[in-house]
Design a protein around this ligand. Structure first.
Ligand SMILES: N#Cc1c(-c2ccc3ccn(Cc4ccncc4)c3c2)n[nH]c1N
Length: 242
């Protein structure tokens, strides 16, 4: 899979791209990530300006339609595989595991990271990107959201996680709507806190039963909404692909 990230701050991704799981996936050719600085498409070259004040007044600045549309079209044309265009925005469809799994089926994804107050509306009208939000809170730009999407998607790609790390049993993965059971490792005791005896018993049936019960209790306590009898579909955003 290839990601193309359009951003005013490509350097934000430097540390992220060298973290082990992603770095290994890149080295193994399972994923490719290309960054594109929107300022490289600025008309006004001395100041590389790509933003301006909103018509009608209001706070802040908007990213202008011309450099953005030109940039996205040029980036899309850099590779034969057309990119699935995703625009990060607080107004987007909420990212969840189901959407991450859908994104993981794409061969190429372009992540459009805005800043300031976002993009001129004509960027959305012309390019028709899918709009995605990572949650009901306000960020200063799309880059953190883009990294979140890359993180959630790359771990789902075949071969990225070894069998022992399979994402299949993760909370939320592939319809699994239960929170994970508590986990323990060495030492067996720390400051008087011990490991549940069942986990040391070697009785795999009893361990499975205990873990299932722990998941159920935790889910009821923290995320009753995940239980089948309470689940509601995450309605697709109006401009979301079916
Ligand atoms: N995905 C996602 C997001 C964002 C987000 C994403 C892109 C941009 C570009 C600019 N801003 C700042 C801004 C713009 C408009 N209203 C308020 C703040 C962004 C925020 N905030 N919260 C999320 N879950």
């Amino acid at each position: 899979m290839r990601f193309d990230v359009v951003t005013l701050f490509p350097a934000i991704f430097d540390g992220y791209l060298t973290q082990s799981l992603l770095d290994k996936a890149i080295v193994r050719g399972l994923v490719e990530i290309q960054r594109h600085n929107l300022r490289d498409w600025a008309e006004d070259t001395p100041h590389r300006k790509v933003d301006d004040r909103p018509f009608g007044g209001g706070p802040g600045m908007l990213l202008q339609v011309e450099p953005t549309v030109t940039c996205v079209r040029d980036v899309d044309a850099m590779c034969d595989v057309p990119a699935r265009k995703i625009l990060l925005t607080p107004q987007g469809r909420r990212l969840d595991q189901r959407l991450a799994e859908d994104l993981a089926t794409s061969d190429r994804i372009m992540l459009m990271c805005g800043r300031y107050e976002g993009f001129d509306q004509r960027v959305l009208d012309i390019l028709q990107p899918e709009e995605i939000s990572i949650g009901d809170f306000v960020l200063n730009g799309g880059e953190v959201a883009a990294m979140t999407i890359i993180d959630a998607v790359v771990r789902l790609l075949p071969g990225v996680l070894g069998d022992e790390q399979s994402s299949l049993d993760d909370s939320f993965s592939r319809g699994n709507r239960m929170l994970e059971f508590p986990q323990y490792t060495r030492p067996r005791e720390f400051e008087g806190h011990t490991v549940p005896d069942v986990l040391l018993s070697g009785d795999h049936a009893a361990i499975a039963k205990w873990r299932a019960e722990q998941s159920r209790v935790k889910t009821i306590d923290r995320r009753r909404d995940l239980l089948p009898e309470n689940s509601k579909p995450n309605h697709e955003h109006p401009n979301q692909r079916s």
